[in-house]
Structure formats: C-alpha cells, structure tokens
Design a protein around this ligand. Structure first.
Ligand SMILES: Nc1ccccc1C(=O)C[C@H](N)C(=O)O
Ligand SMILES: [Zn+2]
Ligand SMILES: [Zn+2]
Length: 206
C-alpha cells in the first residue's frame, strides 16, 4: 500500500455536530424510473465527516471556501501520535521536533466509537498555536470533529490558529496510520461563499 485514505466514510446515519443537518444520500431518480441513469441527491452540513473549516466559519471577515489557497491542502505532511491526551499543548508537541513541518496531522485515537458523536475530545490549547506558527505549520489536522472543546462558544483555538494563518482540517481518520512523513491531498470543493467543505483526504507514503 503506498497511500492511506484518511477520510471518514459518508453514510446515512453518520454522526454530525449536535443539532446540525443530518447527512443524507439517496437516489433522486433510479435507473428503473428514468430509463437511463441513477442520479443521487445529497443533503449535508459543510462540516460533515472529514472537512476543512474556512475562516468565514467563525470570522465574518474571514476567507470563504472558494477563496482558500489550495497549496495549503496539498504537500508534505507529518503524522504524530499523541495517545491519551486531553489537551494538545506546547508540552505535548514539544516531545517532537516539528521544525519545518508545514502540515501537521495529529493522531490521538480519542474518538473510538465512530457511530456516535464524541462528548469529550482533546482540544488545541492557545499556547500550542504560537509554537506551530514558529515551526512553520500552515495546516493543522486532527482526528476529532473540532480543535476546540465540543461545548466551546468562544472557539479559542479556531481563532488563535486563524490569527497565525494556520488552516484547520477536522475529522480525519488516522487510527491505521503510523507516525511519519507523507504527502497530503485534502482539497476543499469550490463552494462559493462557503464556511467549510468536506474533503477526500489521502496520504501518500513517501
Ligand atoms: N457544525 C456546527 C453546528 C453548530 C455549531 C458548531 C458547528 C461546528 O461545526 C463547530 C466545529 N468547531 C467545527 O468547526 O467543525
Ligand atoms: Zn468544522
Ligand atoms: Zn472547526
């Protein structure tokens, strides 16, 4: 295997952010009905499964999905494993030499039961954000649905990351991926005026 799929499967009934639009796929027309083709129809939140947040999600003046710099979402990426961690802080990250890492993907394995939305997730603490910036990180990916605590209204980590120009990738699946260096591709859809976009995220083994 020379690549890993790190995307959550999109399937009816999959967990979504509490209160957000349920994910639904179905056939609008079947081949039987139309006489020629099956045609699907999707109803979904932009934050479904593996997705990126555009800054506009939490900042009125922030970039929207169609304005994002795609070079952020393609290129060298480092996967690190931080098991049993409640908080992704400076101390946790400092155990790794991350200088020059442009895309950092953190495997926590904190979200085990993928059929339900997690109540508690490790969150990124603001003290980590300045370090990430200093090391040269442009994209931070996590294997949980948010970089902030689920019940956070302030979204401190979202804002702190955005202030440093660090983009956010959430809900990646890394439980089968060893630590190391890869090439990431996780491109957002060109949703005009969007706040976020699902992505197909893959890692090519270097
Ligand atoms: N979908 C939502 C619906 C309501 C309130 C928040 C969300 C979020 O998505 C927040 C989360 N921090 C996120 O960026 O994915
Ligand atoms: Zn999101
Ligand atoms: Zn988010």
């Amino acid at each position: 295997m020379d690549w890993y799929d790190i995307s959550a499967p999109l399937v009816n009934g999959m967990p979504v952010w509490p209160g957000d639009t349920p994910y639904q796929f179905g056939l609008q027309w079947t081949k039987d009905e139309s006489g020629s083709v099956n045609v699907g129809r999707l109803t979904l939140s932009t934050h479904t499964g593996t997705h990126i947040d555009a800054p506009y999600h939490f900042d009125e003046a922030g970039k929207k999905t169609h304005q994002l710099d795609l070079s952020v979402y393609m290129g060298p990426a480092r996967v690190i494993y931080l098991p049993d961690c409640a908080r992704i802080g400076k101390a946790e990250l400092s155990a790794h030499d991350l200088r020059g890492v442009e895309r950092l993907l953190i495997r926590t394995d904190a979200w085990q039961v993928k059929e339900t939305f997690p109540h508690m997730i490790p969150h990124v603490s603001p003290d980590a954000v300045l370090c990430l910036k200093e090391w040269g990180v442009r994209l931070l990916g996590v294997d949980v649905p948010s970089v902030d605590p689920i019940d956070s209204k302030e979204l401190e980590a979202h804002h702190a990351l955005n202030q440093q120009g660090i983009h956010i990738l959430e809900g990646i699946v890394l439980s089968h991926v060893p630590e190391g260096d890869y090439e990431l591709i996780a491109l957002p859809l060109p949703i005009v005026d969007g706040d976020a976009s699902p992505v197909r995220a893959v890692l090519r083994v270097k």
